[in-house]
Design a protein around this ligand. Sequence first.
Ligand code: NAD
Length: 342
Amino acid sequence: MSGGQRIAATLIPGDGIGPEITASVVAVLDALGAPFAWEEHVAGMAGIAAKGDPLPGATLDSIARTKLALKGPLTTPVGGGFKSINVTLRQKFSLYANLRPARTILPGGRFEDIDIVLVRENLEGFYAAMEHYMPIGDDPKAIAMSAGFNSRAECRRICEYAFEYARKNGRKKVTLVHKANILKALTGIFLEEGREVARKYAGEIECNDRIVDACAMQLVLDPWQYDVIVTTNLFGDILSDLIAGLVGGLGMAPGANIGPEAAIFEAVHGSAPDIAGKGIANPLALMMAAGLMLRHVGRHDLADRLTAAIDKTVRVDAVRTGDLGGRANTEGLTKALIGNLA
Ligand code: NAD
């Protein structure tokens, strides 16, 4: 994409700390000269307050049009029969790939120099939620059953996404994580399709595979052997939090949900109602999600500058918010980041 071209994108400030951290991210992106032309829309509690709907039609229409959104965290309404907003978005736009990178930024942690990208299948597996109970005698819930499914087409699509991501982002290795020794059919077809996809990238991107339990242990003992990991829904959900834990927890974890019809970028953390409105929230997870968004539209140059500014601010200048043990507020961190955009 050329440097001067504007790209329409939907901006959902969200709830709780959402408006504070999105304002910070937008200010840094503006200073960076990012190409996004924002269409601002509400969702979550802000959607209910403004339009009586946690996911108003105008917000969905905007995402359908721009195919690109930056989303602040949304407070899940309690009661009232509202369906999960994130699940609705995932299904509505077939957001089949969940991208969760983890990179060491804070110095002095247990794991230095970690740089792992986990790609999780987002629509199938055991999260298809086909669950039910079976009665025995007087107990109507004596047995609980769950059926998961993986389709060959989806296994292929998620593995192709992972290899293509590796190619476009200069990554060298993709690890297929499965449990095909026990779930021979369910995750066996994932492994088969992954190996098939890997053949197309032979000589360019290395491919290996790991059983999920061994992978979990190795992620703690020797995480540096991993580059890109691709796996099915449930395993990806668990391992992505594990790798976030290696690099300082969910406060530093960005995420992206990618599909053929749209891509939605967000922080992994929630709306943090306990600190909302105090001006002390850490905007870095959403900032890094904006970095993923820049890479998604091909602006690796801007994403690299943003990453370098985050590293300098947090590592070298030690400007950090309270959750990272620092004393900066959101505004102070934002100004420091802008000052470090070389
Ligand atoms: P949370 O992530 O909002 O907060 C957990 C703890 O982490 C709190 O102490 C909070 O202050 C702190 N924290 C989180 N983000 C922070 C940041 N950027 N800077 C500083 N501190 C931060 O989790 P929760 O309290 O379980 O959830 C609150 C609401 O958010 C709930 O309604 C939940 O459903 C929703 N939620 C939304 C998303 C999303 O929209 N993607 C994700 C998770 C939770």
